[in-house]
Design a protein around this ligand. Structure first.
Ligand code: FAD
Length: 417
């Protein structure tokens, strides 16, 4: 069977699905193709992580109906505290103070923590129920032809889909990017993230903590309170360790692993218990030299991947989705060819520089806090103190944390077209 669409999206992961919903909001019809059985991706065994959704991205979730689907499943982050290890000096962001930058209302949280399985559930249901989105999963792509006048994707079952543009949302090992010959700057950090969930005795008070250690940051992110009576509170942990030590930590019995964690936490959460089996992710950086090629645009991890130090990786992909939605929506309204170089280069210019700036600053931040010698530790403490005291600097970092910097697409301001 042959079908026609305005755009074909390869990859129905977090970014691919949000891209389809963003395009639908602008009246652009898509076909989303994923090799995986999406129902299996909502199991905690598939992805046990939780993600910090910055406040600007959450406004887009509101505009796309996702915030409603996630109601009761998100935990607001009201404050962020950044410290060098357990030193008393800290940088403190309080979302409830509001701000002049991204137009956020007083009292709007800085972000929301959501388990990835809940995010995936909301996106799959949203995608399947949307009349402008045709989800094909699991489906194997047999051939992709990017011709002069359009794209044709042939599936292994013989179905063909035609569209003026193909969007690569196929993750960090993007085959579409590789087949288009787009070069990628990439390196591996000698670090691995140990990701887990802990129940604890004392409340987190909706504060996200980023404790910097020479081996990497230790992030404690507030989650909805757990079920346990004795340890009623819950947080997600993203603990960056030297790659060579990761398996030794993971092989520790739970009690010894918790003791190692508590050494970094400094006891302020009281008694701890593992709420889920921890998993590990080797960390790397990659950035595509171009986000577009002939009748192709890349979004999310297909275009970029960064250190999770500032919890911005998915948020960058969400901004890609909002921007490409707006660009293609406007092109469709004007009756333009959606795959035309002039149209897609607007997306590439819009997102390329912004993403590169975030990617570079997270890389520098990780390297800066990885330097162990004493003079560097003093310098970092002075740096944190300076940002804390100088209002414009603090406001700058707060805007970044909210994901509200730069030229914001309409959806990220919370406006539905
Ligand atoms: C430890 C860790 C913590 C993180 N924490 C945060 C955080 O707090 N905040 C944040 O913003 N980001 C965070 N991130 C980053 C975030 O997880 C990623 O940026 C995000 O998951 C990327 O989503 P994606 O949809 O682009 O790619 P993926 O999730 O990789 O999805 C790609 C999809 O494409 C499909 N696919 C691939 N190839 C094909 C093919 N040939 N045909 C059909 N389908 C295909 C796959 O099946 C998959 O469904 C973190 C990352 C790590 C490692």
């Amino acid at each position: 069977m042959e079908t026609h669409s305005d755009a074909i999206i390869i990859g129905g992961g977090l970014v691919g699905m949000v891209t389809a919903l963003a395009l639908s909001a602008f009246g652009v019809r898509t076909t989303v193709i994923d090799a995986a059985d999406l129902e299996k991706t909502v199991s905690p065994d598939f992805d046990g992580r939780a993600t910090a959704i910055a406040s600007a991205s959450w406004r887009m979730f509101g505009a796309l109906g996702l915030a409603d689907r996630l109601q009761g499943l998100d935990c607001p982050i009201n404050e962020i505290r950044v410290t060098e290890g357990l030193r008393p000096q800290h940088l403190h962001f309080d979302g409830r103070a509001g701000g002049q930058d991204g137009g956020e209302a007083e009292g709007e949280p800085l972000g929301h923590m959501v388990e990835n399985r809940h995010l995936r559930r909301a996106l799959i249901d949203g995608g399947r129920q949307d009349a402008l989105i045709d989800v094909r999963a699991p489906a194997k792509v047999a051939r992709i032809e990017r011709g002069e006048h359009g794209v044709c994707v042939t599936l292994a079952d013989g179905d063909t889909i035609r569209a003026p543009l193909i969007i690569g949302a196929d993750g960090r090992r993007s085959k579409l990017r590789e087949d288009a010959g787009i070069r990628v700057a990439r390196w591996q950090y000698r670090q691995t993230a140990i990701v887990g969930m802990i129940d604890h005795e004392l409340p987190h008070n909706h504060v996200a903590f980023e404790l910097f250690y020479p081996s990497g940051p230790f992030a404690i992110l507030p989650m909805l309170d757990g079920e346990g009576q004795d340890l009623p509170h819950r947080s997600a942990i993203v603990w960056t360790v030297e790659g060579k030590h990761a398996s030794a930590y993971l092989d520790l019995p739970p009690r010894a692993l918790l003791a190692e964690m508590d050494k970094r936490i400094g006891g302020f959460l009281g008694e701890l218990r593992l709420a889920a089996e921890p998993s590990s992710y080797p960390l790397g950086f990659h950035h595509a030299a171009s986000y577009t090629a002939h009748r192709l645009a890349l979004v999310g991890d297909a275009a970029h991947g960064i250190h999770p130090i500032a919890g911005q990786g998915l948020n960058m992909g969400l901004r890609d989705a909002a921007a490409i939605g707006e660009v293609l929506g406007e092109a469709k309204r004007l009756g333009l060819d959606l795959g035309e170089e002039e149209v897609i280069s607007r997306y590439s210019r819009w997102r390329g520089l912004d993403n590169l700036a975030v990617a570079a600053s997270t890389d520098i931040l990780n390297r800066l806090f990885g330097l162990a010698p004493r003079p560097m530790q003093r310098l970092r403490a002075i740096g944190l103190g300076t940002v804390e005291r100088v209002a414009p600097l603090k406001s700058f970092f707060m805007t970044e944390a909210r994901g509200a910097s730069g030229d914001l697409p309409q959806l990220l301001r919370g406006d539905r077209p």
